[in-house]
Design a protein around this ligand. Structure first.
Ligand SMILES: *Cc1c(COP(=O)(O)O)cnc(C)c1O
Length: 387
């Protein structure tokens, strides 16, 4: 098969927005009553934030979530007008712009309440705040021992008309390991911290703790809102939990390249930097023009799988910055033949999960690291197209 619609492209990441919309609908049905936040941080895990955010909203996502305020503001600048929340703040951050853009913010510590007071006074409007509890992850969030002080400070700022606490939230450490004892411990701690905030007089509209693995496997963790990231992109949070198909999800990204060169070589020929691979006999080599600068993990040297001309091949030797080689075993597909690094898997191509295993990482990292040099090509953009 030739590299069809995008014949002039060296490589591309095809992003199937019909698959994304179907995933959002599946997740919403599973969330049974809880609202759905599509997490589109880090350029929608490499898929492109604005097109993915639009598609998620079309499919019923009520919220969008990002890590940084800049990511949230970019969604507003693109015209997305649903609820947007961002959680990764540092001192001096653009609080006022977030308030003015109607972006919900997260607060884990007293310093942030102080900065928000000033920003809200300057903006002339209260900030919408989600107080973050550290229920056991040990990353962001307020420790239980510090919670009374943070809640009290939030109540004061709310009484002064400078903030409105709209959410209390937390994040799991091990939701992708169903049965892990930390899960129930975090849920119990979360219920206590929410109850305390409510006893003190806060009335959060949304309580939320579930990421994709919890949204998929832990009904009691749904509360009012689930924050799904990786599942929106059709990737299972971990192979141990199941395949995407087990959850009715379909991978959204297909990473393709166009064979740049096919040539005959004798046996005993070293291949790529360091000669980690030597041809076992006379064969043909195919040059695939993507490398670690494009996000193809160098750790998958010698192990990464690709589909060329209907056959599964393995990266031969080192993955270089811009290219790698596959041993085509004597086949001579023409230059320009489509090489699929990963996709949904139903044409026999590898999946992002296969690359994660080849590189010793997680599928989240495989899709998120696809570089800016790889154009994203959107297919099934209109909701009428295949749902
Ligand atoms: C990234 C992130 C999510 C989404 O996690 P997934 O496992 O991809 O669903 C949810 N909440 C927070 C705070 C995150 O940082």
């Amino acid at each position: 098969m030739r590299f069809s619609e995008t014949a002039s492209l060296r490589a591309c990441a095809e992003v199937d927005l019909a698959a994304l919309r179907a995933n959002v609908r599946t997740l919403r049905a599973r969330a049974s009553g809880a609202a759905l936040m599509a997490v589109v941080k880090s350029d929608a895990y490499g898929h492109g934030a604005v097109p993915c955010a639009r598609a998620a909203v079309e499919a019923g996502a009520e919220w969008l979530g990002t890590a940084t305020p800049e990511e949230a503001l970019a969604l507003r600048a693109a015209g997305l007008d649903c609820r947007v929340m961002c959680w990764l703040w540092t001192p001096g951050g653009p609080w006022r712009r977030a308030i003015e853009a109607d972006v919900d913010v997260s607060v884990s510590g007293l310093w942030a309440v102080g900065e928000l007071r000033e920003a809200a006074a300057a903006a002339g409007a209260p900030a919408r705040v989600h107080l973050k509890a550290d229920t056991g992850l040990g990353r962001g969030g307020c420790q239980p021992g510090d919670w009374p002080e943070l809640v009290a400070e939030a109540l004061r700022a709310q009484a002064d008309g400078l903030i409105t606490v709209v959410g209390v939230w937390s994040h799991f450490a091990c939701a992708d390991e169903p049965g892990h004892p930390s899960i129930q411990a975090q849920l119990a701690r979360f219920r206590e911290m929410v109850a305390y905030a409510e006893e003190q007089g806060l009335r959060p509209e949304v309580r939320h703790i579930a990421n994709s693995p919890a949204a998929l496997a832990l009904p009691e963790a749904r509360f009012d809102l689930v924050r799904t990231g990786v599942a929106v992109y059709g990737i299972s949070p971990s192979p141990e939990m199941g395949t995407p198909a087990d959850f009715g999800l379909r991978p959204v990204m297909t990473l393709k390249a166009s064979l740049a060169l096919v040539k005959k070589v004798p046996g005993g020929h070293g291949v790529s930097y360091g000669h980690l691979y030597t041809t076992p006999g006379a064969t043909t080599l195919g040059l695939v023009p993507v490398g670690y600068a494009d996000g193809v993990p160098r750790h998958a040297s010698g192990t990464g799988p690709v589909l060329v001309d209907g056959k599964l091949r393995t990266v031969a030797g080192r993955i270089a910055m811009d290219q790698f080689v596959v041993d085509l075993g004597g086949d001579e597909p023409p230059p320009g033949t489509e090489v699929i690094l990963f996709g949904p898997g139903d044409r026999g191509e590898p999946t992002a999960e296969d690359w994660a295993q080849a590189a010793g990482t997680i599928a989240y990292e495989i899709v998120t690291r696809i570089g800016t040099r790889v154009p994203r090509v959107y297919v099934n953009v209109n909701p009428e197209q295949n749902g």
